[in-house]
Design a protein around this ligand. Structure first.
Ligand code: HEM
Ligand SMILES: [Ca+2]
Ligand SMILES: [Ca+2]
Length: 319
């Protein structure tokens, strides 16, 4: 059972400490907020919101950082480490890495112009990671709408309001060409681009992402307000300017129950913000560890104990 006042006695400044690091990071990297909310999402979808995504590989752990949706893609780990270091100085052993991801996600939205809300806290950190589950659960941008809905349902969210609201996270941040290039030249073996892509937008994307070019080139997920958390993601979809296939399908799939939700959010930012908060809290509650489950990691990339040494040989030779 999470609570809003979990650190009030043990680390009353936790939230402001995290915010201090975040504001600093924003100054050199306007993308960092987007990267941090994505870490929270990729954490919660794999074994719950337990900071499993932050663990590095060891003899016994295969890091989720190597999973399809994370490898050469997930970023912001260094900023999480800075937040953790600052918290360990102020209140050693108190604030979990899973809660850091939750708080950083909410603050990233708020600092980018989106809603702020009360975080529910008290998550504890896993002692395991699961790369197999990460490969299975993290949605790929080439899924059909039915497959996408199923990924959300599989973790305990729903495939309509939660899916559409949380997809609104693509109102900021960037994507590499490799994640949408399948739409630009030969969509589903048709030798034609994706017909649900605006022609002018298509031409710009083709210029940015030539066939056989560098798949790691970046562009904005939200073509109209790339760093602001607003409802333009949804008006883009109405104009056939969604970047990822999985974005545009929410609006362009004939008869889908997601279409009306996109239209609602596109015409009413307040409705989007209110439902986004609800869905973020629902996502943040997925399979959390509480009470005496798990641990409070001292370093977010390692479980506690001597596990930073990979074997007994290292232990001997380190003396
Ligand atoms: C619905 C299924 C989703 C799919 C298929 C998907 C896919 C992707 C892909 C392919 C990227 C680009 C990664 C890269 O280029 O390295 C991305 C970025 C991003 N995603 Fe999603 N995503 C989904 C849902 C979400 C959700 C639920 C959130 C948060 C609530 C979210 C937040 C973000 C953000 C903020 C970025 C930009 C990150 C950055 O700039 O570092 N996504 N997503
Ligand atoms: Ca996790
Ligand atoms: Ca935006």
């Amino acid at each position: 059972q999470l609570s809003s006042n979990f650190y009030d006695e043990t680390c009353p400044n936790a939230s402001s400490i995290i915010q201090g690091v975040l504001v600093q990071a924003f100054q050199s990297d306007p993308r960092i907020g987007a990267s941090l909310i994505r870490l929270h999402f990729h954490d919660c979808f794999v074994q719950g919101c337990d900071a499993s995504i932050l663990l590095d590989s060891t003899d016994t752990i295969v890091s989720e950082k190597g999973a399809g949706g994370n490898s050469n893609s997930a970023r912001g780990f260094n900023v999480v480490d800075q937040m953790k270091a600052a918290l360990e100085t102020a209140c050693p052993g108190i604030v979990s890495c899973a809660d850091i991801l939750t708080i950083a996600a909410e603050q990233s939205v708020a600092l980018s112009g989106g809603p702020s809300w009360t975080n529910l806290l008290g998550r504890r950190d896993s002692t395991t990671a699961n790369i197999t589950l990460a490969n299975e659960n993290l949605p790929a941008p080439t899924l059909t709408l039915e497959e996408l809905k199923q990924k959300f349902i599989n973790v305990g969210l729903n495939g309509d309001t939660d899916l559409v609201s949380l997809s609104g996270g693509h109102t900021f941040g960037r994507s590499q060409c490799q994640f949408f290039i399948q739409r630009l030249y030969n969509f589903n073996g048709t030798n034609q681009p994706d017909p649900t892509l605006d022609t002018t937008f298509l031409q710009a994307l083709q210029a940015l992402c030539p066939q056989g070019g560098n798949g790691s080139v970046l562009t904005n997920l939200d073509v109209s307000t790339p760093d602001t958390f607003d409802n333009n993601y949804f008006t883009n979809l109405q104009e056939k300017k969604g970047l990822l296939q999985t974005d545009q399908e929410l609006f362009s799939t004939a008869g889908a129950d997601t279409v009306d939700i996109v239209n609602l959010y596109g015409s009413n930012q307040t409705a989007f913000f209110e439902r986004f908060v609800v869905s973020m809290i629902r996502m943040g509650n997925l399979s959390v560890l509480t009470g005496s489950e798990g641990e409070i990691r001292l370093n977010c990339s390692r479980v506690n104990g001597i596990s930073s040494l990979s074997s007994d040989d290292d232990l001997v030779s380190s003396f």
